[in-house]
Design a protein around this ligand. Structure first.
Ligand code: PLP
Length: 507
């Protein structure tokens, strides 16, 4: 059915209105009923209502005689709740305008059109994704632009990736490497990924059968879950967790069990983990070094998780996109633990290590029996990833050790500026061993929760952080914590600290 957003003139006739809507009276009736149900369940108390009539024909009546049978409630003058999304706020305001129109019948038409338009945004989202709004990273980055705030929220560097990698991309484009790539990766990149994996972990994998190139780690995560998890399977996540895990598992129809890692050290509560594993548990997802806390899973924690997985025949999906940003300890790859390779999918990407987050080149490494599932999903998600960028990624992965050493040195200097700065501002800063994130307790500043604190920080101080409650199944668990990133040049980090020192006041 075609939806129209045209708003009829005050005097337009009922038939004209229908021509705008491209639908029949019966459809309007169905719509008005579902809207009432929606309104009642979502906003039970904040609205008053007035009744109006539709011209729907009663099924039993004379077909030529329209009967007045439907009572449509209209909302009047409710305050627009702050929590309502931008599109829905428009809807509120428009409907309030409509109530002000003098000709009641035309306001009804207008109302229906507005609702119809709003429904397009509100109710057509599939149930499995209904609860997910615009990602918090997008929301905060948009607010940062609006308020001219320094963005220490979303984890993208404000500096560029290395010249030799950019040159390799330009060369690949000039060399005509511009058509679809092989679905699971251009051969040079598959080989480069396998070579780097061997260097880092000692594991020898077959680039043709065990490496799948994807559009960023995000797609590797999606392909892994869609390819290896069945609806109803249980998957264990450690909260706080990167937001795509929950949304992707929702798309799969999996049941999520979340185990909360708590400050100060965010260690794995082993007993909780043991009791969370059931006969339906299909996989445990880990992320080390961990976004947002900077925690690195210790060898002991990984060994316990590994033995529980072997004992209960559970798979492990391990997101290691920050493996080269391990500052306080050596990164341990889960797949390298005894008995684990055969049940592990290792997920990674180029973006963080090479400061090229916009390229979205990622990969999944897994034994052939798991790669099969990953590739089945990948084939129908994106089929193949940008060809010239894959060639450039192959060049990137041949970087000498000195590249990674310098990267670490740079980030440690940045981290010191931010961590010392945050401490001097008055935050309680939790230790971060890896990633380019640090989590703090914002409660000394007296704001109600993490979202209120971040809004205040953007609007009144001019700095962006990320509220962590979005990383939990139970948002209450994260309400005292916010995340800052230090993947910015040193001057930006210093300016952000200065702003906070000047304007953030303890209450
Ligand atoms: C833990 C984690 N996994 C995956 C991703 C996404 O990686 P990519 O940009 O390669 O899709 C991110 C990005 O922030 C991340 O923090």
């Amino acid at each position: 059915m075609q939806l129209s957003i045209a708003i009829p003139s005050a005097n337009c006739s009922y038939l004209e209105m229908l021509s705008h809507l491209h639908c029949r009276p019966a459809t309007l009736l169905t719509f008005s009923k579902s809207f009432q149900i929606y309104r009642r369940t979502k906003f039970p108390s904040s609205m008053a209502s007035i009744s109006t009539v539709s011209t729907e024909k009663a099924a039993s009546s004379n077909q030529d005689q329209p009967t007045q049978k439907t009572h449509l409630p209209l909302q009047v003058s409710p305050p627009v709740p702050a929590s309502i999304s931008a599109q829905f706020q428009d809807y509120y305001i428009l409907v309030r305008c409509c109530v002000g129109l003098s000709k009641f019948d035309s306001s009804f038409r207008f109302f229906v059109l507005v609702c119809w338009h709003s429904l397009k945004w509100l109710n057509l989202v599939a149930k499995r994704l209904e609860k997910f709004k615009t990602t918090i990273f997008t929301q905060m980055s948009m607010l940062a632009i609006k308020h001219g705030a320094i963005n220490l929220g979303q984890g993208f560097p404000n500096f560029d990736g290395p010249e030799f990698v950019k040159e390799a991309a330009i060369q690949a484009i000039k060399d005509g490497k511009n058509q679809y790539a092989r679905g699971y990766g251009v051969p040079d990149l598959n080989s480069a990924v396998a070579a780097r994996f061997k260097k880092d972990t000692g594991l020898v994998v077959d680039p043709e059968k065990e490496v799948t190139v994807t559009s960023g780690c995000t797609e590797a995560i999606a392909a892994t879950m869609l390819g290896l998890i069945n609806p109803g399977d249980e998957v264990i996540l450690f909260a706080p967790f990167y937001d795509s895990y929950e949304a992707t598992l929702s798309m799969v129809g999996a049941k999520i069990t979340s185990i909360t890692l708590r400050p100060p050290d965010f260690s794995v509560p082993i007993d909780e983990l043991k009791s969370a594993i059931s006969k339906n548990t299909r996989a445990i997802l880990i992320n080390t070094p961990h976004n947002p806390t900077g925690k690195m899973f210790s060898r002991e924690e990984l060994e316990i998780i590994a033995s529980l997985c072997v004992e209960n025949d559970v798979l492990v999906f391990t997101d290691e996109v920050y493996d080269k940003l391990a500052f306080e300890a050596d990164h341990i790859c889960m797949a390298s633990l005894p008995g684990m390779y055969e049940r592990t999918v290792t997920l990674n990407s180029l973006g963080k290590t090479f400061s090229l987050t916009g390229w979205k080149i990622g990969w999944a490494i897994a034994p052939p029996h798991l790669t099969w599932g990953v590739r089945q999903a990948h084939s129908f998600l994106t089929f193949a990833t940008s060809t010239p960028m894959q060639w450039a990624a192959a060049a990137a992965l041949q970087a000498p050790d000195s590249y990674y050493e310098e990267l670490k040195r740079d980030y440690m200097a940045k981290k010191a500026i931010l961590v010392e700065g945050l401490k001097s501002v008055g935050f309680k800063v939790y230790p971060s061993s890896g990633t380019y994130f640090v989590v703090v307790d914002h409660t000394p500043f007296g704001l109600e929760n993490d979202i209120a604190f971040c809004e205040y920080l953007i609007k009144e101080v001019g700095v962006v952080a990320i509220p962590t409650s979005v990383f939990y199944l139970n948002p209450e668990d994260g309400k005292n914590l916010v995340r800052f990133t230090f993947c910015k040049d040193e001057e930006t980090l210093r300016s952000a600290v200065e702003r906070m020192k000047e304007k953030l006041i303890r209450r």
